[in-house]
Each structure stands twice: as structure tokens, then as C-alpha cells.
Design a protein around this ligand. Sequence first.
Ligand code: C2E
Ligand code: CA
Ligand code: CA
Ligand code: CA
Length: 278
Amino acid sequence: AKASGGNRFTFYDEGFEKAYRTRLRLENALLFAIEREEFRLAFQPQVDLTSVKVFGAEVLLRWHHNGVDIPPSEFIPVAEEMGMITEIGYWTLKKCCQTLSSWSRMGLKLEKISVNVSASQCRDANFYENVLKIIAESKLDPRKVMLEITEGALMEDKEKIKDLFKRFKTSGIGIAIDDFGTGYSSLAYLKDFPINVLKIDKSFIDNLEYDERDRAIVRGIVRIGEIMDMAIIAEGVENKEQLRILQDLGVNYIQGYIFSPPLYEEEFQAFCTSHNLT
Ligand code: C2E
Ligand code: CA
Ligand code: CA
Ligand code: CA
């Protein structure tokens, strides 16, 4: 449609319409992704430098649809906006708890499994009960489960989230702050919320070798961790130089391509076996 009086205002925009149709198609595909078994879990090893062992893994969702892999950066935000992330989140947790149990039966014992949780998942009134139920159904020790949440989620409804975290704490479920340092929130929340782990965002790791300021930030995060009794994990570690610097700065938990990209179940098992890391 065109506005009257010439074509200075054109409402019809082919680029927009195309983007809109793509979006609708994505939403529609997401609605059926679980029942069509299009999701898979990938597991990225988390290594303890002190013992040189895989102590855990972060679970990362993979979506294979119509012959292509759609990255989480594309579908997670859509799933959040649609309200689908709640269902996807429970599916992911269930699946990873089952996988962890089956590994344990095979003799592959992981200390921790970390699962990403979107802010909107925490808004589900039964989130705590549902998480506990899923863990119990897999006969898993809740102390093996870590929930990764970004700073932004903490700011939504502070008192509610604080209560939720306290309940998780009493059950032994850990809380990690994901992408730590990249949010816009103040650091004050660190003293109010029961938090176990700070994950240093990849953006502070990327130039660690060249940028003194990034080293200063990492040093600061390590200090905070020491004082507040929180463990520090560095993510996105890609090379030996970064690894050496992190070790010098006292960061002993490492996740990144330097050890391994995220791996599918069988690959993850093979990785742990061949590196004799567990
Ligand atoms: P994230 O939680 O910050 O996950 C880390 C991302 O960095 C992953 O991307 C991982 O594959 C990537 N990565 C890890 N090590 C390296 C490295 O050394 N170099 C580089 N270049 N990248 C590295 P991925 O799997 O594409 O996931 C992107 C984001 O999607 C995640 O960021 C997370 O926010 C979201 N996501 C993934 N799975 C889930 C899920 O099950 N639930 C929710 N709510 N979000 C998820
Ligand atoms: Ca994460
Ligand atoms: Ca992260
Ligand atoms: Ca992220």
C-alpha cells in the first residue's frame, strides 16, 4: 500500500515482508521441533587445570531443521519471545539429566552439568518444582546440576528471583552467572543472591594476550570470586597464551575451543575416554 499523494511514504517494503515471512516460518517450525525430534544436545567439556580433568560440561542446544543447522543465537531469542523457551528448557533439562545418568551407569562420572536458563523460564510459577521433579526422575544428585543465568535475569523481579535462588540453594542446585561483566546491572546483586559461579565472558578473554585492561578485569573478577566465595570459569578460551595468563591470574576452570568445541553425546564420551580426563 502506498500513502496518498505520491510515493514518499511507502508502507510496502519487500525487505520487511520477507523478514516477516521468514520469522513466521521459524516460529511455526519451532512449534513442532520437539515432537519432530529436531533438537539435540551438545556438551562442551569444562576442564579443571589443577587436576587436568573434565569436571563438567555445559549443555548447548542444537536445532537441525530441513537439512540445516539453525544456531541458538537465531532461535533462542525467537523461542523466548514466543513463550516456547519454557517447554524447550524443560525438554533440555530432562534430556541432559537422562544423559548424565546414563554416563554415570557407564562409569563416566561428571561432577557438574551446566544448563542455560533464560530469564523467562524463571517466570514460570512452578519452575522450582518442575526442575526438582525432572532431576529426581533421573535419580540424579541435584548437587550435580548448575543453572546458568545472565545478569539481566536477576534484575527482572529481584525479590522473586532471590527467593527462587535460595530455594535452589537449599536443594543443592548451583547457580552460575553467565556472560559475567557484560550486563548493565550493578554488582550489588552479588552480595544478595546465592551465587556459586561467575563465568567470565568470552569478550574479556579474546584479547587477553594484547590488552592489559582485559587482564585487569579478569584479575578483578578473580578477586571478587575469592572474597565472595564464588568459583570462576573462563569461557571462550582458544589458545595457550590465554590459558597461561588465566592460570597466572588464578583461574583454574576453563571452557573453550582450546580443549574442545561442544560435542554430541558419543563424541563427548570418546573425548573423555581418549584424553583419559575423567
Ligand atoms: P553461552 O551460554 O554464552 O554459550 C557459550 C557459547 O560460546 C556457545 O555458543 C559455545 O559454542 C561458544 N563457545 C564456547 N567456547 C568457545 C570458543 O573457544 N570460541 C568460540 N568462538 N566460541 C566458543 P552456542 O552453542 O552457539 O550458543 C550461543 C548461545 O545460545 C549461548 O551462549 C546461550 O546464550 C544460548 N543457548 C544455547 N543453548 C541454550 C539452551 O539450551 N537454553 C538457553 N536458554 N539458551 C541456550
Ligand atoms: Ca552459558
Ligand atoms: Ca556465556
Ligand atoms: Ca551468551
